[in-house]
Design a protein around this ligand. Structure first.
Ligand code: BJ8
Length: 382
């Protein structure tokens, strides 16, 4: 039987060790594409032969560098991402041949204009809603435009065959990760949310996908076998928490750690990095660009108007994961998620009869005491 904590840690080390792997890829003549968002159609990047890597900043280390150019009252994820790029403190950004962003929130899309002065940058124009037929057409055209940009940049041809192969490979990875995070459906869950997140996050910095999939397959089988033989190390009394809202890479320890040290266990991450991107596969039977446009435009992020898909997803997840309480995390100055807090809270408490708490925070440690008090009180009340 495997040693789970060390396997989980290996995944969380992937980000740090990935620096060396990226350098090796560059030395071997491969292209690297830096990305910032779940809307990026990774399949097209893979079909160009390049390796995508996530560049969203997850610590406050480079925020002072960003604040030399950007306003202070901006989302920490945007400031951190820009700060790492402008200060050349992030090797992933440094080694990227091209950066791809999307017109999501105002802060990100305007930050991309500055990033474009540092590195080659392509911004995809994301429609602002998924419920109109022409929006899907516009998004499909943007996919085709991205294909042309990558072909020109890397002097390659992206054939439909290559694209279909990468769609299949990504779907396979998604299905495996869905099986992995579904371990949270067990009651009590088989693993803690912090460990689950380490693995999910680590996959964004693992470049050999075949090897990654084999490791995850073996890990799922081992965890299930251990659970069947010995039960779970997690108490059935722990309150089952669903986390939704902004990406949480930069507030992982502060928020998820605090939940799990105060009688809760995070069994489901609805946000980016968790279920949001993986809930829906790309249809392998359709024209690949139609299928990619349909899949990606339906990601239920708060930048969309309307974003009813988020409530639909939360509705089913609360049932499937037997949720005791929902915590909706907003990064400071993220207006779109902040504005959705009321809608989420109203829906979750009235329709699903489940307690819900909104939590606003940033990448600093200054509010840690207040966060602890609020989370402990919320869990106590469940
Ligand atoms: S699909 S969540 S990765 S946009 S937290 S930068 S929205 S101000 S990160 Fe996001 Fe794509 Fe949506 Fe996901 Fe702006 Fe809000 Fe900051 Fe955000």
């Amino acid at each position: 039987m495997n040693d789970f904590p060390s396997i989980f840690n290996e995944f969380s080390e992937a980000r740090r060790n990935g620096f060396i792997r990226v350098k090796e890829l560059k030395n071997k003549g491969h292209n690297v594409v830096g990305v910032f968002c779940t809307y990026t159609p990774m399949e097209i990047i893979y079909a160009s032969g390049a390796y995508p890597v996530g560049l969203c900043g997850m610590s406050d280390e480079a925020i002072p560098d960003a604040e030399k150019h950007l306003p202070k009252n901006l989302c920490p994820l945007i400031k951190s991402s820009y700060g790492f790029a402008v200060s050349e403190k992030c090797p992933y950004t440094y080694f990227s041949d091209l950066l791809i962003g999307e017109t999501t929130c105002d802060g990100k899309k305007k930050m991309y204009e500055y990033l474009g002065e540092i590195k080659p940058m392509h911004v995809m124009h994301l429609p602002q809603g998924a419920d109109r037929e022409h929006a899907v057409k516009v998004w499909k055209d943007e996919m085709i435009h991205l294909k042309e940009v990558l072909e020109k940049k890397f002097n390659v041809e992206i054939t439909d065959e290559k694209l279909r192969e990468s769609i299949k490979a990504r779907n396979k990875e998604r299905e495996l990760l869905r099986e992995f995070y579904s371990l949270g459906k067990l009651n009590p869950p088989a693993i803690k949310g912090r460990d689950m997140y380490k693995v999910l996050e680590g996959t964004g910095f693992t470049f050999d996908k075949e090897e990654q999939n084999q490791r995850i397959r073996a890990m799922i089988d081992d965890i299930k076998a251990k659970y069947d033989a010995e039960g779970s190390a997690i108490s059935k009394e722990d309150k089952r928490i669903l986390v939704t809202g902004c990406p949480i890479g930069g507030v992982m320890d502060k928020v998820i750690g605090t939940i799990e040290e105060n009688g809760g266990v995070v069994v489901c991450f609805e946000n980016c990095g968790g279920v949001k991107e993986k809930a829906r596969l790309v249809d392998e039977t359709k024209d690949p660009y139609d299928a990619l446009a349909e899949k990606y435009i339906n990601i239920p992020c708060s930048v969309m108007c309307n974003n009813n898909g988020r409530l639909e997803l939360l509705d089913s997840l609360i049932d499937e994961y037997q949720i005791d309480g929902v915590i909706d995390i907003t990064l400071q100055a993220c207006h779109t998620y902040n504005l959705e807090v009321k809608r989420v809270k109203d829906y979750v408490t009235t329709v699903k009869n489940t307690p819900c708490m909104g939590l606003e925070t940033d990448y600093s440690q200054s509010d840690i005491g207040q966060i602890k008090t609020r989370i402990a009180a919320f869990i106590e009340m469940l």
